[in-house]
Design a protein around this ligand. Structure first.
Ligand code: ZN
Length: 329
């Protein structure tokens, strides 16, 4: 069997750059800046999504694409928010439905990926979702996750797994897993599910695993083993080909001899690779997306059919079937 490869895209939301909100919170300012001193771009034009789908189509890239159901606490994607261009919002959602879902699973990255939403009155709590998760139980997280899944369903973007904003749930992981299973069963009638929380970017031993397996129900924890080198494109104003190639080299050199993807490929370890919407957007320069295009071209040229792009749900099913000793189809 050829080696599975999965691309995980964290943090996409319609029209906004959620990283602006993260930096505004951590820097306690309405004018957040990058390490370079450059102002962080707050909005992401719909055209960027068009460029992204062109790249995934060109190379047959598959994996997972988060859609924040209630981005930055501004409002549900089904309703929009003050100042939001409804036409652009609809165009963005249509593009995701038509051109992203054929190759990528959709997942929530819980509701806001910012301050926690109080479900009783839809106001924001002072804690962000990461901090809030640390003192929750399955009983309090289940409705929170369920609400995220319901918003995605209302947008016709059904999720089959969950992405953790930051390290959401890491201190209460057993409860968090249970909450994901309960919400997924309750809202989507799904008993086979996966979630993404962990990363391990040094070792080549495969770290994704089955965390629950009972009857026809399973849950897989997917672990990304490729660090997000594209993140650095936010902090560099360089846009030349040499720069793009140097970013690509950290993943896979032109001759295939070095880079993190090459390490995993040589070890025969299925490749789960996480990047971020803001890493591809590169504060408007799209250099991260160009690097993704180049890396994927190299993967094609060097490895051809010895690797197979797949969605998170497809790889999770293989991991689960191996766990029960069933045949992999
Ligand atoms: Zn995230």
């Amino acid at each position: 069997m050829s080696l599975p490869i999965v691309l995980i895209i964290d943090d996409p939301a319609p029209l906004i750059n959620v990283y602006w909100w993260h930096a505004a919170e951590s820097q306690a300012t309405e004018n957040p800046t990058l390490v370079s001193g450059e102002a962080i771009v707050r909005d992401v034009p719909v055209d960027f999504l068009r460029h992204f789908v062109d790249v995934i189509d060109r190379h047959g890239i598959k994996g997972k694409f988060s859609v924040l159901p209630y981005p930055a606490g501004l409002g549900a994607i089904t309703d929009g928010w003050p100042g939001c261009d409804q036409g652009d919002l609809n165009t963005w959602l249509d593009l995701v439905r038509q051109r992203v879902t054929p190759s990528m699973d959709i997942s929530p990255e819980i509701l806001t990926h910012a301050k926690t939403l109080d479900l009783d009155n839809l106001t924001l709590l002072s804690e962000n979702e990461r901090e809030w998760s640390r003192h929750q139980t399955a009983a309090t997280m289940t409705p929170y996750i369920a609400y995220a899944l319901k918003i995605l369903n209302a947008a016709d973007l059904e999720a089959n797994g969950v992405t953790s904003p930051w390290d959401f749930g890491i201190d209460v992981e057993d409860e968090y897993r249970m909450a994901i299973r309960d919400a997924m069963r309750e809202v989507n009638g799904r008993t086979k599910t996966w979630y993404f929380l962990h990363t391990q970017n040094k070792e080549t031993t495969f770290r994704s695993r089955v965390v629950h397996n009972a009857g026809d129900s399973w849950q897989v924890s997917l672990c990304s083993q490729v660090g997000d080198q594209l993140w650095t494109t936010m902090d560099s104003r360089e846009t030349g080909v040499d720069f793009i190639n140097s970013v690509a080299d950290a993943y896979l050199s032109e001759d295939g001899s070095s880079g993190r993807l090459a390490e995993l490929y040589r070890a025969g370890t299925p490749i789960i690779w996480c990047t971020h919407w803001q890493s591809l957007f590169s504060n408007g320069r799209m250099t991260g997306l160009r690097a993704l295009d180049e890396i994927s071209r190299r993967i094609d040229a060097l490895w051809g059919t010895t690797v197979t792009w797949m969605k998170c749900s497809e790889l999770a099913a293989i991991i689960a079937s191996n766990d029960t000793g069933e045949q992999i189809s």
